[in-house]
Design a protein around this ligand. Structure first.
Ligand SMILES: *Cc1c(COP(=O)(O)O)cnc(C)c1O
Length: 431
């Protein structure tokens, strides 16, 4: 009989006390955000929808940002999250590599998005804001925000893309239980929504339009701000608790990583894993290759162009320096809704452009194949988004095996797939 420890836990006292800001490490400074008429965005341009603390974090040159006590207390409900050695997956693959996953699925929303949701709700509350608006596609972000608004005694209104709401009705149930209001977008509540419905009464909605609705409402009400679940620097900053915990957990396991792998939609869970490692990667002290993984059908980092582009379809958001497929790119309706974004985090884009990290694209078939393998080996059903990181990890471990060079691979399980079962419904064939 062999019973081995597979989970590496940290005590509550080891929750990181700081967020790690990677902006000062970038080999080339990040270009400023620009208004649609190409003037640098000033903090006052953002003051109508974001609180001062988050605007300051967006352009900060300070490496360490202390995590405020009330945010730490909220994070301590589920953090530190375990780092798990996936021995049974290694065996199923037949590889000698050590595979670890950082389990962000244990959060209240079932994904890493709760890390930034709690922080954003807190800083808005501090600034005297009582209502938050946001958009959600697949529903993970809306769920995380609904819980965070409840934590800090605020109300939340979530514009959920109509087609997603119809496909994933249970996400709305959770958000409603937490006290948030959920509207199908396009809605009749905003000018942008009414315009879309006038043009097409049967419109099924898009993420770009839902963003426009949530921003419009925040701009028009002084008690209301807007919150975004990915892409922006302050969101990546809040996710760096992931990478800092992984550093401590790998040290406990006596491991040094050869690969750090995470899926990439807007870049927040990837940035959160990798940012704390960047100084050591740059100095050569850490030899890990950091790989951002995206769907072949939405290849922002591997096939996109680095330039200024808008974050939404309507062109409400500033122009950001990033890899992009173009703001009007329509990704196919793959199940990994969180990875169907035309752009990328400016921070991750800058790291890729200066070759500190690399990017890979995986096929939908490989995602389902390795998600099934994870289900019957580890008894874990990954979110379709996380299955991209998983697939890249498995493919890399198999390649290392062929070369006779097993290594240590770490990937982020950004969320579980228990509310995405419709994604797996049509993919039941035997492996
Ligand atoms: C939103 C989401 C993603 C993609 O967002 P990033 O900002 O790139 O991390 C990945 N996985 C899950 C589970 C998500 O909910």
């Amino acid at each position: 009989m062999s019973v081995q420890e597979n989970k590496i836990y940290l005590p509550k006292s080891e929750i990181p006390a700081f967020w790690y800001n990677v902006l000062p490490d970038l080999p080339e400074p990040l270009g400023p955000y620009l208004t649609p008429d190409r003037r640098p965005v000033s903090p006052s341009d953002l003051a109508g929808i974001f609180p001062p603390a988050l605007i300051a974090q967006e352009v900060s040159d300070q490496r360490l940002h202390p995590i405020p006590e009330p945010v730490l207390e909220a994070l301590s409900v589920w953090r530190p999250t375990p780092l798990v050695r996936a021995r049974r997956l290694e065996k199923a693959l037949g590889v000698g590599s050590r595979i670890y996953y950082k389990d962000e699925s244990v959060s209240p929303s079932g994904s890493h998005k709760s890390n930034t949701a709690m922080a954003q709700a807190y800083f808005n509350k501090q600034a005297g804001i009582s209502r938050l608006t946001t958009e959600t596609g697949a529903g993970q972000w809306g769920t995380a925000m609904a819980i965070a608004a409840r934590q800090f005694g605020m109300t939340a209104r979530v514009y959920m893309v109509k087609i997603s709401l119809e496909q994933k009705p249970y996400r709305k149930v959770i958000m409603n239980m937490m006290g948030a209001e959920v509207l199908a977008s396009p809605s009749r509540e905003t000018e942008a929504g009414r315009r879309a419905l006038a043009a097409d009464p049967g419109a099924l909605g898009t993420l770009g339009l839902a963003i426009s609705e949530a921003v419009e409402e925040a701009v028009s009400r002084p008690d209301t701000n807007y919150v975004l679940g990915s892409v922006l620097n302050h969101v990546v900053l809040h996710q760096t608790v992931i990478g800092q915990e992984v550093q401590k957990q790998l040290a406990l396991a006596g491991e040094t990583p050869d690969y750090l792998i995470a899926c990439h939609g807007g870049g927040s869970n990837f940035g959160g894993l990798v940012a704390p490692f960047v100084p050591d990667i740059l100095s050569g002290a850490c030899k890990a290759r950091a790989v951002a993984v995206e769907p072949e059908s939405c290849p922002t980092l591997t096939r996109g162009k680095f330039d200024y582009d808008a974050g939404d379809t309507a062109g409400f958001t500033p122009l950001m320096p990033m890899y992009s497929l173009g703001a009007d790119f329509q990704p196919p309706a793959i199940h990994a809704g969180g990875l169907r974004y035309h752009g990328a985090s400016p921070v991750v884009s800058a790291l890729l452009k200066s070759k500190v990290i690399s990017a890979a694209a995986v096929s939908n078939d490989d995602c389902f194949k390795y998600a099934r393998m994870m289900a019957w080996s580890e008894y874990v059903i990954p979110a379709p988004e996380s299955a991209h990181a998983l697939a890249q990890t498995c493919l890399t471990a198999l390649e290392l095996e062929r070369r006779g060079k097993p290594g240590c691979l770490v990937f982020t399980l950004s969320g579980h797939g228990l509310l995405d079962l419709s994604a797996y419904q049509g993919n039941q064939e035997k492996v």
